[in-house]
Design a protein around this ligand. Structure first.
Ligand SMILES: CC(C)(COP(=O)(O)OP(=O)(O)OC[C@H]1O[C@@H](n2cnc3c(N)ncnc32)[C@H](O)[C@@H]1OP(=O)(O)O)[C@@H](O)C(=O)NCCC(=O)NCCS
Length: 160
């Protein structure tokens, strides 16, 4: 089951989000230390302000993804996908694709969806390609993790 997360989901969102940051430090620009120090209201506020979608299995949150519309008049046709995660036990099950298709269906009049993904994250890159995203650029040294720089790929899905 996939639905929009609200502030009422803050506790389960926080638990899965911190698991994601702890287990997959390369995949996210935030760190577990940074967000682990935040109160529950921080996570509730994020869910209140942003479109964030969650996948549930047996009533437990097992994955999520965010969609942010860029705010300026000249960029409002662009949507940014952020914070995509599926718990390890549920990878390869199609849940990730269902989540992303839910985002696509929620995209309304957005002209394109964009995301950044660490170039070394082969599984995620392959997954996004399978969902219609194409690589359009590279940000060199986008993230510094444990003393090592990692490039990020810019990927775009044209919605027309
Ligand atoms: C990225 C993520 C959401 C994808 O969900 P998933 O359930 O793993 O995705 P799928 O299994 O449906 O698809 C993965 C694809 O990569 C392939 N793959 C699996 N392991 C791989 C690897 N080590 N290297 C390259 N490709 C790999 C799979 O075969 C599949 O391709 P296919 O559909 O052409 O067969 C999930 O892996 C995840 O949460 N990863 C950790 C967090 C993360 O990286 N988030 C993305 C941040 S940008």
């Amino acid at each position: 089951m996939i639905r929009t997360l609200t502030a009422a989901d803050a506790a389960s969102y926080r638990d899965l989000r911190l698991q994601a940051l702890r287990l997959e430090p390369l995949a996210f620009s935030a760190s577990a230390e940074e967000e682990g120090a935040e109160p529950l209201s921080f996570f509730a506020g994020r869910l209140g302000e942003n479109a964030c979608f969650g996948a549930f299995y047996a009533e437990a949150l097992i994955g999520f993804v965010g969609l942010r519309r860029l705010g300026r008049a000249k960029t409002r046709h662009r949507g940014e996908i952020w914070g995509m995660y599926v718990a390890e036990d549920h990878r390869g099950s199609g849940v990730a694709r269902d989540l992303l298709e839910f985002v696509v269906e929620s995209a309304g009049d957005l002209r394109q969806l964009e995301l950044n993904v660490v170039a070394d994250n082969g599984r995620a890159v392959r997954f996004y390609q399978g969902c219609g995203f194409v690589r359009t650029g590279v940000v060199p040294r986008a993230a510094l993790v444990d003393g090592r720089y990692h490039d990020e790929l810019v990927m775009v899905r044209d919605m027309h």
